[in-house]
Write a protein that binds this ligand. Structure first.
Ligand code: NAP
Length: 339
């Protein structure tokens, strides 16, 4: 458990990455009580300097024995690093908030979205998992609807940006876009097919059941976070040539009938959500508008006329913020509140 202090020693592991750099910016922007910030990455980044509150902080190489004296470590350096180093950090008395998929389904590790299940933070044993980016924005919206009308089933299709794969994928989209516009052959490094001007119905690897790992993460993580394994979820996840923000089409079947206006009211009163829904004026959430925002934006709310109790909607959130860095910092803020 985190001890009450005025200021904390905070580490960002994977500090030079797409998520790590947003973690540093989010800690600064939200004025998290950081006494000292330690930054870790691979040997490639040793000595590099990153700015925090106007001061340069040197990047150190991640090693097993670096965690003594660190109160909170935000990990986003990939599953392998989390598997190897998070237990060392926890043994050194540090609370780890891990962004990788490594610990998410471990029954000993809480999987937390502060708007949904902050109570699960009480039973952590040193490691807390941050859910998958597409799952986070979806459960923020599902929770208030589940409380209002009990969700039976969710059919989700995602339109996920390339920043969800990291810095190299953002470079790949930029490079391929220039190559296509200049009529040059495209260079493939990160994705199995061209991502520029294309949609890829594959995120992560395929599993024997025909789903991708990303799709199964959305299915399994949702019931763990919501604490209700009666909710049935099916997912199709698609990578699209967008730099930032994941968009999702949600079809939700409820036990109790809930009208679109009631859905708008329930969601407008829920934490972390902005209802942005005036289709007659072509107003609905767009990735380019939601980039850099903290909330999950919801629009296109309408009745599913093919079933008795169904609602369709379109939700957009910044995958690097609510889908990763912000959710991790919000978990840290809750821990401080609970200390
Ligand atoms: N992008 C998202 O939307 C998102 C959302 C949720 C969760 N995540 C998770 O967050 C993690 C990082 O994602 P990202 O998108 O930020 O990736 P990224 O841009 O590729 O950054 C990876 C980071 O990990 C560091 N790293 C790599 N190998 C390392 C090693 N051997 N030792 C120490 N540090 C090492 C890199 O340091 P160097 O610069 O030195 O190589 C870099 O700081 C992944 O587990 C990912 O699944 C990402």
């Amino acid at each position: 458990m985190l001890k009450k202090k005025n200021e904390y020693v905070v580490a960002v592991v994977g500090a030079t990455g797409a998520v790590g750099s947003e973690m540093i910016a989010t800690l600064e922007r939200r004025n998290f009580p950081v006494g000292k910030l330690r930054l870790f990455a691979s040997e490639r980044s040793e000595g590099k300097e990153l700015e925090f509150h106007g001061k340069a902080v040197k990047v150190e190489v991640l090693k097993e024995d670096v965690f003594a004296g660190i109160d909170i470590a935000l990990f986003s350096a990939g599953g392998e690093r989390s598997k190897t180093f998070a237990p060392h950090a926890a043994r050194a008395g540090c609370v780890v908030i891990d962004n990788s998929a490594q610990w998410r389904m471990d029954p000993e590790v809480p999987l937390v979205v502060p708007e949904v299940n902050p109570h699960d933070l009480k039973w952590h044993k040193g490691i807390i998992a941050n859910p998958n980016c597409s799952t986070i924005q979806m459960v923020v919206v599902l929770k208030p609807l589940h409380d209002a009308a009990k969700i039976k089933r969710v059919v989700v299709t995602t339109f996920q940006s390339v920043s969800g794969t990291g810095m190299k994928a953002m470079e790949e989209l930029a490079t391929q876009t220039a190559e296509v516009l200049n009529m040059k052959p495209v260079t493939l490094k990160v994705y199995p097919h061209q991502i520029a001007f294309n949609c890829l119905p594959q995120i992560d690897v395929f599993l024997p059941n025909g789903y991708t790992k990303e799709e199964m993460k959305m299915i399994n993580e949702t019931t763990k976070i919501m604490g209700d394994d009666t909710i049935r979820v099916t997912a199709t996840t698609v990578r699209v040539p967008v730099f930032r923000c994941h968009s999702e089409s949600l079809n939700i079947e409820t036990e109790k009938e809930i009208a679109p206006n009631e859905v708008r009211e329930v969601l407008a009163g829920a934490p972390g959500i902005v209802v942005f829904d005036a289709p007659e004026k072509s107003v609905y959430p767009l990735a380019i508008d939601v980039a850099g925002k903290d909330d999950t934006y919801v629009g296109r709310i309408r009745k599913d006329e093919s079933i008795d109790c169904g609602i369709n909607m379109w939700i957009v959130a910044d995958n690097l913020l609510k889908g990763a860095a912000l959710n991790a910092v919000q978990i840290a803020e809750k821990l401080v509140e609970m200390a």
